[in-house]
Design a protein around this ligand. Structure first.
Ligand SMILES: NC(=O)C1=CN([C@@H]2O[C@H](COP(=O)(O)OP(=O)(O)OC[C@H]3O[C@@H](n4cnc5c(N)ncnc54)[C@H](O)[C@@H]3O)[C@@H](O)[C@H]2O)C=CC1
Ligand SMILES: CC(=O)CC(=O)O
Length: 260
């Protein structure tokens, strides 16, 4: 399988896990369409980190809570590269609150960005993948797609939804060359988690370093953060020929979180 003739769309790839995955795919020779928010400098740096690997790079700022912008993102990627071979649904946000005080607007945003966006991108790329009888869809779920934690109702519901959706897409395409799988990371030290570390340090009156240790100790037996690069390596594997019969899995990479 020649990754060098392939094109990937990675949502939420201006930082964190998405950028790490985009860089690993680009290092294998895939052209990459980036998406996500950020300052012009951040977006330029993300693009440069991909183009410096000798592949083509595009950027589209679609807000994934808006289906019309998702349609434009997919259409623009197909126009730029000719087709989408690999779709990585990665964009996500977090909101932490008990159910009774959970802001309904935050609930809607988490469900839209973390779950519904994956439905929209998938429904839009599938027909062309099916007509070519090849495609890879990788959904970045979470350990929270397999088990729950208090105060994360929307996130846990969305991530469990992503795992369920992944299985359905895998089954509907099981007799084709299109596979769909989920990756379920444990803690990764990205802006999404740094905000929780900072909040914890503030609330408990401890240092940022102590807050990181406490966060890991609670859930992640390895006591080490998973890295975006490691997750990128797993996505590269799921895109390979060796993964032709990996279908509908929810593959955790979580330092032992869900083994407990
Ligand atoms: N950091 C962690 O410990 C874990 C993260 N995840 C998941 O990994 C994915 C990436 O998260 P991180 O890299 O940690 O977070 P991050 O905050 O570093 O990156 C999120 C990305 O999504 C983009 N984004 C946010 N809202 C968007 C919107 N409305 N439209 C388009 N793009 C939007 C951001 O601009 C950014 O590029 C998320 O789905 C998250 O739930 C899963 C397990 C663990
Ligand atoms: C483990 C994750 O998915 C991150 C979180 O719960 O905030």
């Amino acid at each position: 399988m020649d990754f060098k003739s392939m094109n990937a769309l990675v949502t939420g790839s201006t930082s964190g896990i998405g950028l790490g995955i985009a860089q690993r795919l680009a290092a294998k020779g895939m052209n990459v369409m980036l998406n996500g928010f950020g300052t012009p400098e951040q977006i330029e740096a993300a693009k440069e980190s991909i183009s410096s690997l000798g592949v083509r790079v595009g950027y589209h700022g679609a807000d994934l809570s808006k289906p019309a912008e998702i349609e434009d993102l997919v259409r623009s990627t197909e126009e730029l590269f000719g087709r989408v071979d690999v779709l990585v649904n990665n964009a996500g946000i977090q909101h932490v609150s008990p159910v009774e005080s959970f802001d309904p607007a935050r609930w809607d945003a988490v469900i839209a960005i973390n779950l519904s966006a994956a439905f929209h991108t998938t429904r839009l790329v599938l027909p062309n993948m099916q007509s070519r009888n090849w495609g890879r869809i990788v959904n970045i779920a979470s350990a929270h797609g397999l088990v729950a934690s208090a105060n994360k109702s929307a996130y846990v519901a969305a991530k469990h939804g992503v795992v369920g959706f992944t299985k359905v897409v895998a089954l509907e395409n099981a007799k084709t060359g299109v596979t769909c799988n989920a990756v379920c990371p444990g803690w990764v030290l990205t802006p999404l988690v740094q905000a929780q570390v900072d909040a914890r340090a503030h609330k408990e009156g401890i240092t940022i370093e102590e807050a990181k240790i406490n966060l890991l100790s609670e859930k992640q037996p390895s006591q080490e953060f998973v890295t975006p690069e490691q997750l990128g390596g797993l996505v590269v594997f799921l895109c390979s020929e060796d993964a032709n019969e990996v279908r509908g899995v929810a593959w955790n990479m979580d330092g032992g979180w869900v083994a407990q």
